[in-house]
Design a protein around this ligand. Structure first.
Ligand code: 6PG
Length: 228
């Protein structure tokens, strides 16, 4: 794995975005099309804005989500909503290339339908992941039994600390990605990032460790070497 450090969160997010565009360009040169799964949260916003201004041939890219909050796509908490507002709509990405989680359905039905939609496109060329201050990634939070599920594609998960149903891709899909980029910015993530990158392997305690130390993984952070 590689760890790249930047002076601030926006610079880390933009560098992460550039890396994704490089990897997608490579995939398109090899297979004429590429597949990308993105995460939500706040840190990707500068990356999505860079995508919108990039002039990239998005009609060649199938776009998916690593996880989604079970809220309407117009809700301020929607990961699709944030990506649509900052990237997909401004870049006029064709709707046929956008494979969002059908959150209008009951969470387990949404997960089942999403898994069906994702299956023919696996393994993904590029997965973009984030990490929370508690070491969660996707919507796999510490102690979540689904962390042990290496066969499934996607599942509904009740996140107690957020009082929220979510749909998340599962470890087998995360680990099978041809390339993974992880964007982890903010001082509140220093302890978790140190444990995830250097601590004993314990994904039930640090879910962001899932497939995170493999050679095809690039970490982007604004945290200095002395902190992590
Ligand atoms: C989500 C995400 C989640 C996110 C982390 C980091 O839906 O919340 O996909 O896994 O990547 O929570 O979020 P921030 O980037 O906002 O810190």
């Amino acid at each position: 794995m590689s760890v790249s450090r930047y002076p601030n969160a926006a610079a880390a997010a933009e560098a992460c975005g550039q890396r994704i565009l490089e990897l997608l360009t490579q995939a398109i040169s090899e297979r004429q099309r590429a597949t990308l799964a993105v995460s939500g949260g706040t840190s990707p916003r500068p990356m999505f804005e860079l995508f919108a201004k990039s002039g990239f041939p998005w009609e060649r890219v199938e776009i998916f989500w690593v996880d989604e909050r079970c809220v309407p796509p117009t809700d301020s908490q929607s990961n699709f909503g944030m990506a649509n507002e900052t990237w997909l709509a401004p870049a006029k990405v064709p709707s046929g290339n956008i494979h969002r989680v059908p959150t209008e359905l009951e969470p387990h039905e949404a997960a089942r339908k999403y898994a069906e939609r994702v299956r023919p496109f696996l393994p993904f060329d590029v997965i973009h992941r984030g990490m929370g201050p508690d070491g969660h990634t996707a919507s796999l939070f510490p102690g979540e039994p689904l962390i042990a599920d290496h066969e499934g594609i996607a599942a509904a998960v009740w996140v107690e600390k957020m009082h929220q149903w979510r749909v998340t891709l599962l470890p087998g899909v995360l680990k099978a990605a041809r390339n993974t980029v992880v964007l982890a910015t903010g001082a509140d993530k220093a302890e978790a990032l140190a444990s995830v990158l250097r601590g004993p392997y314990d994904p039930m305690k640090w879910p962001a460790q899932i497939g995170a130390r493999d050679a095809n993984v690039s970490w982007f952070t604004d945290l200095p070497k002395e902190m992590v």
